[in-house]
Ligand binder design. Sequence first.
Ligand SMILES: [Zn+2]
Length: 43
Amino acid sequence: MYKCLKCGKEFADMPKDQVRCPYCAYRVVLKARSEVTKKIKAR
Ligand SMILES: [Zn+2]
């Protein structure tokens, strides 16, 4: 999950090559952990 710093909305989908909020197009987002992260492979 990611969280926008401007509008505060959380979203799961974000292209890796384009970091921005899908709602307000703000370019600063945080990685927000909602529970336990599962099935996430960092490569
Ligand atoms: Zn936003």
